[in-house]
Design a protein around this ligand. Structure first.
Ligand SMILES: [Zn+2]
Length: 640
């Protein structure tokens, strides 16, 4: 048929043309054994790696030329024998790194270097890494030892190392999701809201273009219909190119195992710390469902699949995730590893920013969300605190109030209970307490952290790069630990809890869940609430219908999910300002300073009236220069 030849679009990437281009460039520097793809990343195997790396900047130079991260490996026949390589690596890496373990993965020629200070393993501009690769042929992967030890994070690490070969095999298969082409019958960009529209929970948006289908988040709803609408006609597991996960809260990632259970075999994209936290909270959910006698909708195998299929990317690193979509993650200031997802479609012809959950003020733990982007046409923004009344006090005020309440309760020989999500608020509160102890603002008492909080905190200490500038300079610059084990005691067993509430004196207990909808906090609450000496401090968002929301409203007799009726005689405080979400002021200031200005704004992740109020506010702010929408679940909106 005449004209059909023009169906190919030259601007789209094909693996064959990219391989050809790469081969041409790399061959100028050395002999190429073969080129293939692992997910979105090209892998180049070099015959004589030592000669090839004579030019120290070669890998960075190549990445600049092809605008991609390139994995350079030596020809496997040229690897130095392991014993010899081990000796050589320990010679090259400076002693300050304190290398604890080396794990060689023969089949791919990689070596995991587990060290206390990974900065020294990398070296200035990657000098140490290059030197190892050059002299041994083994490609080093540095892994930082968390300063807080936890058996669960150790197990996750072990799996990560043990499954390295399996992962690379999967990634080779998954590269077809990035580079395979469809018939180019026209360009468009649409969004279908599978969950999280006019509600908080089960965040899940399907982005479709002429060439791709991408899922933005894949969450559960803890209170309400649990799953996103995976049964809408637009959604097809077989044609899904990838899933972008903004952060490791269940309402953004809890439904991932379900997709693997039903046959999805493509990649998940997120930051490195997010991957570890996702595994942690999925394991926690799996155990909790089992303990409460429920039937988990997924198996442990599905969690492993999530882990194996995750491709991690760094902040600010553009990565092709499908033939016409490039993803860049930016810090969102919400929890460890949380990201804003910027998607550049058809070589920048259309750009979309999905905020996920974000905070636009610095906290102790994290810097505020990024707000400058190369291009921006449409903005999908959360609205948890988008209501006209949602002005939250600054963090300094919240911290001051927390310290005052703790001080007063301890002076009355009472116990302080702080319900908190395992990931995010818990660590923020822990840092506040640590700082108050260090500066003698409150007397030192035992601080017990229950549930998954300790494990999640351990993961924080493995990724200081993802934390605030202040913490980075404390940990990486001054070599001082955070979340000192001298201050925080992990609690895992029921007999330990009983001893704390019945026997122990004044103390602080931080325990999930943040809304008192489940978890060990309910036991503490049941035991401590009837005593007026004690205090409960709420620091998180409290969803309608939860015990936390009832306490916020001052209700004095509540029935907790275990069926117990609890008389609330203790004092209940609600401290706003610790939240990881932008409040009304931050949302407006974000809409004001975000650059460039979008011509479309879509409001999600908020109770219906709050999303509507934010819509009115942004409409006023943009004076009609942007179309502002509050989509419905299952609605499909064409952006281009
Ligand atoms: Zn969140």
């Amino acid at each position: 048929m005449k004209g059909c030849r023009n169906i190919a679009d030259k601007s789209l990437i094909s693996s064959a043309s990219l391989k050809e281009e790469l081969k041409k460039i790399v061959s100028e520097y050395g002999e190429v054994k073969r080129i293939y793809f692992e997910g979105p990343f090209p892998v180049v195997e070099i015959v004589n790696i030592s000669d090839f790396l004579e030019n120290k900047d070669i890998i960075a130079e190549l990445a600049r030329k092809v605008k991609k991260r390139i994995i350079v490996r030596a020809d496997r026949n040229a690897l130095m024998p392991k014993e010899e390589a081990q000796k050589k690596i320990l010679e090259i890496v400076p002693a300050e790194a304190e290398v604890k373990e080396l794990h060689f993965i023969d089949k791919i020629g990689e070596v995991f270097i587990v060290a206390k200070r990974t900065g020294h393993v990398v070296g200035k501009a990657g000098a140490v890494i290059n030197s190892i690769l050059k002299s041994t042929g083994w490609r080093p992967i540095p892994l930082r030892i968390p300063t807080i030890d936890s058996s669960l994070t150790r197990a996750i690490r072990r799996q990560y190392i043990n499954r390295a070969y399996k992962r690379t095999r999967l990634r080779r298969k998954m590269s077809s999701k990035v580079y395979s082409r469809r018939m180019n019958l026209g360009k468009f960009v649409t969004l279908t809201f599978l969950g999280g529209a006019r509600e908080v929970g089960r965040s899940c948006i399907l982005l479709q273009t002429g060439e791709s289908s991408i899922l933005l988040d894949c969450g559960l709803n803890p209170s309400g219909p649990p799953f996103p609408y995976f049964n809408v006609p637009e959604f097809d597991l077989d044609t899904l190119n990838g899933i972008v996960v903004t952060h490791a809260h269940l309402d953004h990632c809890g439904a991932l195992p379900l997709l693997y259970k039903y046959g999805y075999d493509g990649p998940i994209y997120c930051t490195e710390s997010t991957r570890d936290l996702i595994v942690l909270i999925l394991l926690d959910m799996y155990r909790l469902i089992g303990r409460e006698g429920g039937y988990p909708y997924f198996s442990m195998r599905d969690i492993t699949r999530v882990f194996d299929h995750t491709i991690t990317i760094g902040y600010g690193e553009p990565v092709d995730i499908s033939p016409d979509v490039k993803l860049t993650l930016y810090n969102s200031g919400h929890i460890l590893g949380s990201s804003l997802a910027h998607l550049s479609i058809s070589q920048g012809a259309f750009s979309l920013l999905y905020t996920g959950d974000f905070r636009f003020r610095n906290s102790r733990l994290l810097d505020r969300a990024e707000c400058k982007f190369p291009r921006l046409d449409a903005l999908i923004i959360e609205s948890t605190y988008g209501g006209f009344q949602d002005n939250k006090p600054p963090l300094q005020y919240a911290e001051k109030k927390l310290i005052e309440i703790v001080k007063e309760t301890l002076n009355n020989n009472g116990k302080v209970l702080i319900p908190a999500l395992s990931v995010g608020r818990a660590q923020e509160v822990m840092l506040t307490i640590e700082n108050a102890f260090e500066s003698n603002m409150i007397k030192r008492v035992p601080v017990y952290v229950d549930g998954m909080i300790y494990e999640a905190t351990s993961i924080h200490t493995a990724y200081p790069d993802h934390l605030s500038r202040r913490i980075k300079s404390k940990v990486l610059g001054a070599d001082q630990p955070i979340f000192s084990p001298d201050i925080f005691t992990p609690i895992h067993r029921q007999d330990e809890r009983e001893e704390i509430v019945k026997v122990k004196d004044e103390c602080i207990i931080i325990s999930p869940s943040g809304m008192l909808s489940g978890g060990p906090v309910l036991y503490y609450f049941r035991c401590l609430a009837p005593d007026p000496k004690n205090s409960v401090i709420l620091v998180s968002y409290q969803a309608p219908g939860t015990v936390g929301r009832k306490l916020q409203r001052g209700i004095k007799k509540v029935t907790i999910p275990s069926g117990h009726e609890v008389e609330v005689e203790c004092t209940v405080h609600n401290i706003e300002g610790f939240s990881g979400h932008a409040d009304r002021v931050q949302l407006y200031s974000y809409a004001t300073v975000v650059h460039p200005k979008p011509s479309k704004v879509l409001i999600v992740h908020g109770e219906e009236h709050k999303a509507e109020e934010l819509k009115r506010g942004i409409q006023r702010l943009y004076k009609g220069r942007a179309q502002v929408l509050v989509p419905y679940n299952m609605e499909r909106i064409r952006l281009k």
